[in-house]
Design a protein around this ligand. Structure first.
Ligand code: SF4
Length: 245
């Protein structure tokens, strides 16, 4: 069963990067409860299917510049043309379509490209500290292999989707969502041309896709998020009327 919770688009959100880090913090604290088999050096999830927002792209690009990797990144992106996403809707658009009982092809979110991520070096992430939420949400209860994918608890998947929706929501006032390579390439090109080709405008949360038994947990998690301290205020203060679930 799907439950729709109407939410409001926040007016004028400041401190978006701090809000993003609050989401990362609450999520990582929550996900620790799972006995995940994931270990450093296991990189089955690190493919060119990762998606993110333009806000997360700015974080990655800032890190790349600080590390003097910008030229390397531009060259790398130039060689990934065939690997980019064909997503036609964002996570929040997908959620809206489901809530409105529209038929949606799951491939509309971009499908899979198993080419290794451009940031993977000897099976280690070279931008680990600024990796986007899509990467932070990786996890499997069993060791993955060439023949078996990740095994993830349904509630873990639900929380991943809820937090992915929140991160998209942060930039729904003019930001973008898309494949990691597309976002980075556009951020770099945009500095010169103003182009945002192949990206999708980020959308506000239309509601969450929850089973009745998941509502209480999501409520607890969102309450925890609301109470996070952000720039001498709380997360809830900065995004008033957000997610009244
Ligand atoms: S950014 Fe890092 S964690 Fe994310 S897919 Fe690439 S290598 Fe893996």
């Amino acid at each position: 069963m799907i439950i729709q919770q109407q939410v409001c688009v926040p007016a004028g959100m400041d401190h978006k990067k701090e809000l993003l880090h609050a989401v990362y913090g609450v999520y990582s604290g929550w996900v620790e409860r799972f006995p995940l088999a994931c270990q450093k050096g296991c990189a089955f999830c690190c493919t060119q299917s990762v998606t993110m927002t333009s806000l997360e792209g700015e974080e990655v690009l800032g890190f790349v510049k600080r590390k003097g990797m910008e030229k390397w990144l531009i060259e790398k992106l130039g060689k990934t043309t065939a690997a980019k996403s064909k997503a036609v809707i964002t996570t929040n658009q997908y959620a809206r379509a489901c809530l409105e009982h529209q038929k949606v092809d799951e491939d509309a979110l971009g499908g899979w490209n198993f080419t290794p991520c451009i940031f993977l070096r000897e099976k280690i992430c070279s931008i680990y500290e600024v990796r986007p939420f899509g990467c932070r949400s990786f996890g499997s209860l069993m060791r993955c292999s060439d023949n078996s994918g990740a095994e993830i608890a349904p509630i873990h998947l639900t929380v991943n989707t809820v937090f992915t929706q929140i991160v998209e929501h942060f930039v729904s006032d003019g930001g973008y969502w898309g494949n990691m390579a597309d976002i980075l390439e556009n951020l770099i090109e945009n500095q010169a041309s103003g182009s945002t080709r192949s990206l999708l405008p980020a959308q506000p949360i239309p509601g969450f896709l929850l089973e009745p038994y998941e509502v209480k947990l999501i409520h607890v998690l969102l309450k925890q998020l609301y109470e996070q301290s952000v720039e001498k205020q709380t997360f809830g203060d900065l995004i008033d009327n957000f997610m009244p679930i």
